[in-house]
Structure formats: structure tokens, C-alpha cells
Design a protein around this ligand. Structure first.
Ligand SMILES: [Ca+2]
Ligand SMILES: [Ca+2]
Ligand SMILES: [Ca+2]
Length: 721
């Protein structure tokens, strides 16, 4: 009796095992295997990070073997209440070939209690954090290792951000270091910048921004919408976004814009405090926006435009007002010419536009002008800017003016105690020169001006201007609503159709040069050269002036001027010196917290004619270098020493010197206080570091002092196993 009982109980147990509820006992996200294939292995995060439209593997463990008759489904949900009808919940089962959402699932290998599954998300899926549930019959399993992060995929042909070039993908998506070009049109230099899109909390900061955007979950699939909201969220205006802009020159309550060397500490601080980080100027905004875009998987680059117009009333001209010496007067026009302005290009197809506008799109998070009621800008197709199709979304007129506005010079003369505005000339070739970005795979500048505009002087360039002007409302002269009431004098505004090119009929030519290198502490030895190229005698009234400007064109100090009448005969030239003593500008260098540029203007009036010629140029101070000493290669997890050496070979002391250094994957950002560094003194700082990541890494160093802000250096090191 007893014996029979035991047998049937065993049989029953066996049957139960076979037909018992199928339960999931664990999931392995196969992180290292998946992330290598998805180019996401560098993200410093516990969770699985994958790109859309590309298969990834999941290893499921069950309570028993998986049978053909078992009901198994994987549910991927995004947002708080994922719903199938909203496209935010994907329920994938073995039975159906393809979910309507475009997601797919298949069994790669099924053996014993283990099953290897392949999941392919849709190339049009919203990006963000997906929670996975596995349903077997009535059982639901929730993996403990958190949500899966899904990103845009420039490696996937069906993704609208597809970029068909591995070297470009490496640069524009995976490169976490780089540089941003600054300075002035013909004195360009680079600021090394750590983008750091893979660093701790940076991806979570981007996810937090997406959650804070008012974008519907489904619109997170669209890089046009995502890049536009990010251009808004990287500035603190309107939405308590990442960075507070400040151009006042006073940065006591925060970090001075010139002190940042990368985006990492900014985004980490923002994620930690959920409060805007103080302070940013354009290159900081562009650096952070590059980080955010690359982190989410949208190819992105920093773009520096020199002689960048800020056209406040959408009439595609900038008006410059000067006194009789050529000294620029602040505050008459709201328009300005920035020595440089930095924004971003992002790569995507524009399925929302007529054909022909795919590719690079300009976006800008520097809060300059409102668009749709808030401070955001772009995406605006570069091809539309080039052709003058400024009506296309978004913000075509603004971007067009930045790179190709006409510049109108006015002289303000006192006549009977009243200001009289005299139009000097229209310069059509000055705005938007040497548009620069870092070259792909190399530490050098690439000129991308031709992607934004036709060559200056060409017929096509004027045609694009005419086309752009055709889309300007006649009321284009009305200033922006948010501008204060002070308005330029009526009649002082230039007409939008000012297309005349100032051709020198008198054969007079002006040139501005410096005789000596412009080291702080030395006199500035400037020369204005007047040249004539045609026969005849001319008497020329020449005026010249030198001012210190911030990069936005704001005048910080007038240093000196010259006025002379000269006589030239036939083909000849004359040099008029303009010398500025060090005492005249050192005070300004110390009192302004921004980096300043040297701006020189010259005006020539040919007597007996109405002809007036203007020429201006911006120069930059030169600085002694920082030397980074370290081996060219180092081993993973093996200590090495990195030394930073700086010699003050200027004639002036540098007070309150601070050295900032950072090496992604090698050491965190550190600061060395060096105090006052007298002329001739050498300072040396050392850091002992242990690399934690393989490949070519870059170390950035920056020296800031009371007098000088912009000395930086970058050096590469290769980390091997
Ligand atoms: Ca904002
Ligand atoms: Ca204007
Ligand atoms: Ca032009």
C-alpha cells in the first residue's frame, strides 16, 4: 500500500514540475557583450544602455524548461503609465513576428532552464528609460537591475540620426574630449573642453532633462523635438535649466564662465542640486549642449562663428555706431557683432520639411533671443541658411543673420548740440567668417564656412541675401517686444534692402597690423597702413582708435586714438603708428573677470569726396604656455605622475593663480592654488593618477589669474592593458 502511494506521489510531482507554472528566476542583461556592440560600453552606469533599432541579447533563467506551449511575453514600458495605445508600452511575445510598434523578439538558444533572447527595439522608439517586465502565464517578473536606457542610434540605417561614416560617428558621438574655437576672426585659438558624456550621472542628468521637458513621451523619438527642447533646457531661462548665463563681468556667487574646462562638473552639479549652475557664456552653453546631444546619441559638434551678428530686429543687418575717432558707442543699437559666438550642429534627417534639408542643423542654447516665447533656437538646416530659405523652421532668420548679415557703419556727430547720424558704408563681407569646428579624428580646426554660406563676393551669396530679405516682414524694423524702450533715433535705422557693396572707387585701402607680439605688460605697438593704388594726389583724414572689448563686442575700455591728415600720391602707402602703453590697459585686465580682446578701428575720409572708408579688426593677447609632462603611454590601473609647468615670462606679476586640471578616465577635476606668480617665476604642480579606462585619453590644464584668464593646454596619453 504505502509503496504504491509513494510511487504515485513521485509521478505527480514529476508531472507538476513539467506542467507547473513557468517562472522567471533571473535575467542577465549581458551588459559587457551588448554595450560593446551598441557602442555604449563607456557609460559609467550600472544599467544596460543600448541604442534603438539594433538587437540586444537577454539571458533568461526559468524555474523549468521553456516549452513551445508556454506563454511568455516581455513588456517594455516608458514613462509613469505606459500604454500600448500611446506607443509607450511594447508587449512582445514569441508568437507574433513583429509588434505593431516595430519591436521584435526571437529565441536565439533554448537549453535546459536557460533561454537566450534577442530583442530589437524600433528605430523610431522614444529614447529614455524603459522598465522591463517578463510575463509567464499569470506570473510577472521584474528584474532587479533597473531600467534599460535606450538611445538614438547613428549606426542604424533606419534611425533618422544615421550617420554613414565610422570616423565621424567616433568624433561626433563617442569623442568625450575636444576643443572649442574662440578668439577673433583672424586670431583663432582653441579652448580644450571635456565633454564627458560617459561620466557618472551625466546620462541621468540628460534623462532628468527629458523628464523636465514638456515633450510628450512619443515625441522623444524625434531628434528635431529633442534637440529643440534641449536648446531650451541647457539655459536656465524660463525653465530652471542647466546653466545661468552671465555677461556682467561679476561672477562672485558662482564660477566665472572662463573657469570651466568641461561639462562634467556642470551637469553633475545640476543633477545633484536640481538648480541652475552659475555661470555660463556661449562656449559653455555649446559645450554642455554637445555633451547632452552626444550622450543621447545625436551626432553633434561645437560651431564657432567669428564676427557673429546678433540681429535683434530680424532685418538681417547690424548697425554699428561710432564717434569721429571710430570709437564704438555702446547702447545706441541693440544689434551687436560678437567677436565669436559658439553654438552646435546636430545631424539628422528632417522628415518634417520638404526634401533637401537633411544633414547638419544648427541649435543654440545661449539665451539670446526668444523663439516661440522662450529662449531656444533651432534646429535650423544649414542648407536653408546657405540658400537664404530663412522661413523654414526653426529660427532661420536669426541663424542666417549671425553668419551673413550686412554690417552698416554710422558716424555719430554732434551738430548744434544734437546727435546726427551719418551713414558711412555697408560692409557685406565681414559677418560670419572662418566658421570653425574640430576636425574629425584630429586635433585641428576644420573650416565649415562653406556649409553655412556661399563665398563672400560671389553672385550666389548676394542671391541668398536677396532671397532671405524676401521673407522679411516689412515691419522687420520693429524691435523685439522684450527689449527696453530706448530705440535708435528714427531715420538712423538702415533700410533692409541695403545691398550695395562698398567698392573703393578712390583706390584707398586700409590695413591694421601689430608690430610686436601682444603680450600683457608690454606696450601694444599697432600700425594703421593707408595704401593708394591709383594715380592722383589725395589728402586723407585718418582716424584710428583702440579699445578693449569683451567677446560679445561690449566695449570695456577706450585705450587711445590717433587723428592725422596725410597726403598720398599715386601708388603709395603710409604707416600711422598707434601705440598703447601697458599702464593704459593693465587695470582693465585686472578688473574685468572675462577675457578681453583688442579692437582697433580706422576711418579714412578722402578730402574733396564723400568717400569714407572704415576698417576694424580684433586681436588677442598672447600668453606664455603651460607644459604638461607625462609619459606618452601608461598601463591600466598603474600609477603614473603628471606634471604641469608654467613660467611667467611676462613683465607683470600674475596674481591669484589657480591651475585647473582634469583627465577623464584618469583623474577627477582638481584645482591647485598657486598664489601670486612674479615675473620669471616657475610653478610646477604634480598629480599622481591611475587610469581606469583604455584608449587615448586627454588631459586638460588651465591657468587663471586676476590679470589673465585664458591660458590652457591639452595633452594626449594612450592607456594600454
Ligand atoms: Ca531654458
Ligand atoms: Ca538689425
Ligand atoms: Ca555676406
Amino acid at each position: 500500500m504505502g509503496c504504491r502511494c509513494t510511487v504515485s506521489a513521485q509521478l505527480l510531482r514529476g508531472k507538476q514540475d513539467f506542467w507547473s507554472d513557468l517562472k522567471v528566476t533571473g535575467i542577465d542583461f549581458l551588459k559587457s557583450q551588448n554595450t560593446l556592440l551598441h557602442h555604449t560600453d563607456e557609460y559609467n552606469i550600472e544599467n544596460l544602455v543600448v541604442r534603438r533599432g539594433q538587437p540586444f541579447l537577454l539571458q533568461l533563467s526559468f524555474s523549468r524548461e521553456l516549452k513551445a506551449a508556454d506563454k511568455l511575453s516581455l513588456r517594455f514600458g516608458i514613462g509613469e503609465k505606459p500604454m500600448k495605445t500611446r506607443g509607450t508600452l511594447m508587449s512582445l511575445s514569441m508568437k507574433q513576428e513583429k509588434d505593431l510598434s516595430g519591436w521584435q523578439i526571437s529565441i536565439v538558444k533554448n537549453s535546459g532552464k536557460e533561454c537566450l533572447l534577442s530583442v530589437t527595439s524600433s528605430p523610431r522608439a522614444p529614447v529614455g528609460k524603459y522598465v522591463l517586465n517578463v510575463k509567464t502565464g499569470t506570473n510577472i517578473y521584474k528584474p532587479p537591475n533597473g531600467p534599460i536606457y535606450l538611445l538614438f542610434n547613428p549606426w542604424c540605417k533606419d534611425d533618422v540620426v544615421f550617420l554613414d561614416d565610422e570616423a565621424q560617428r567616433k568624433e561626433y558621438v563617442l569623442n568625450d574630449t575636444g576643443c572649442i574655437y574662440v578668439g577673433s576672426a583672424y586670431r583663432i585659438y582653441d579652448k580644450p573642453w571635456n565633454f564627458g558624456q560617459f561620466e557618472e550621472f551625466v546620462l541621468d542628468a540628460c534623462m532628468y532633462l527629458l523628464d523636465n521637458s514638456k515633450l510628450k513621451l512619443i515625441n522623444r523619438s524625434d531628434p528635431v523635438s529633442v534637440s529643440r527642447v534641449m536648446s531650451a533646457l541647457v539655459n536656465a531661462n524660463d525653465d530652471r535649466g542647466v546653466l545661468m548665463g552671465n555677461w556682467s563681468g561679476i561672477y562672485n556667487n558662482g564660477t566665472s564662465p572662463v573657469d570651466w574646462i568641461g561639462s562634467v562638473s556642470i551637469l553633475q552639479q545640476y543633477y545633484k542640486t536640481k538648480k541652475p549652475v552659475c555661470y555660463g557664456q556661449c562656449w559653455v552653453f555649446a559645450g554642455v549642449l554637445t555633451t547632452v546631444m552626444r550622450c543621447l546619441g545625436i551626432p553633434s559638434r561645437c560651431v564657432s562663428n567669428f564676427n557673429s551678428a546678433h540681429d535683434t530686429e530680424e532685418n538681417l543687418t547690424v548697425d554699428i555706431y561710432m564717434d569721429e575717432y571710430g570709437r564704438i558707442e555702446n547702447g545706441i543699437s541693440f544689434d551687436s557683432v560678437w567677436n565669436f559666438h559658439v553654438w552646435n550642429d546636430v545631424w539628422m534627417k528632417r522628415t518634417d520639411l520638404p526634401e533637401g534639408f537633411d544633414g547638419w542643423q544648427a541649435i543654440d542654447s545661449t539665451p539670446q533671443e526668444q523663439s516661440g516665447g522662450i529662449f531656444q533656437c533651432g534646429p535650423c538646416p544649414l542648407k536653408a541658411v546657405r540658400e537664404g530659405d530663412v522661413y523654414l523652421p526653426f529660427d532661420g532668420k536669426f541663424v542666417y543673420a549671425e553668419v551673413n548679415a550686412d554690417k552698416v557703419y554710422w558716424m555719430v556727430k554732434k551738430v548744434n548740440g544734437k546727435d546726427k547720424y551719418i551713414k558711412l558704408n555697408t560692409e557685406t563681407q565681414d559677418i560670419g567668417v572662418n566658421i570653425s569646428t574640430k576636425a574629425v579624428g584630429q586635433d585641428k580646426r576644420e573650416d565649415i564656412t562653406a556649409q553655412y554660406k556661399f563665398p563672400e563676393g560671389s553672385k550666389e551669396e548676394r542671391k541668398a541675401m536677396e532671397r532671405a530679405l524676401s521673407f522679411i516682414r516689412p515691419s522687420g524694423l520693429t524691435p523685439r517686444a522684450h527689449m527696453p524702450s530706448a530705440m535708435p533715433m528714427a531715420g538712423a535705422l538702415s533700410q533692409p534692402a541695403a545691398l550695395c557693396v562698398a567698392v573703393s572707387k578712390t583706390g584707398v585701402h586700409l590695413e591694421i597690423t601689430n608690430k610686436e607680439a601682444l603680450y600683457p605688460g608690454n606696450p601694444l605697438e599697432l600700425v594703421i597702413t593707408v595704401k593708394t593704388s591709383t594715380p592722383g594726389t589725395r589728402t586723407i583724414d585718418l582716424a584710428g582708435s583702440c579699445q578693449l572689448q569683451s567677446y560679445t563686442g561690449k566695449v570695456e575700455a577706450s585705450l587711445g586714438c590717433v587723428k592725422e591728415t596725410i597726403k598720398l600720391e599715386g601708388k603709395s602707402e603710409m604707416q600711422v603708428p598707434l601705440k598703447i602703453a601697458a599702464d593704459a590697459y593693465m587695470k582693465t585686465l585686472s578688473s574685468v573677470e572675462d577675457e578681453v580682446l583688442i579692437h582697433i578701428t580706422a576711418i579714412a575720409e578722402v578730402q574733396g569726396t564723400d568717400y569714407k572708408l572704415t576698417q576694424d579688426t580684433t586681436m588677442r593677447f598672447e600668453y606664455p604656455p603651460i607644459t604638461i609632462q607625462m609619459p606618452e603611454t601608461a598601463k591600466l590601473n598603474k600609477e603614473f605622475t603628471c606634471a604641469f609647468i608654467f613660467k611667467n615670462n611676462l613683465n607683470v606679476p600674475l596674481d591669484n593663480c589657480k591651475l585647473l586640471v582634469e583627465g577623464l578616465g584618469i583623474f577627477k577635476m582638481s584645482t591647485f592654488d598657486q598664489g601670486d606668480v612674479k615675473p620669471g617665476r616657475i610653478i610646477k604642480s604634480e598629480i599622481t593618477c591611475t587610469p581606469t579606462r583604455l584608449g587615448e585619453k586627454k588631459i586638460i590644464a588651465k591657468l587663471i589669474s586676476t590679470q589673465i584668464k585664458g591660458i590652457s593646454a591639452m595633452k594626449a596619453i594612450t592607456i594600454t592593458e
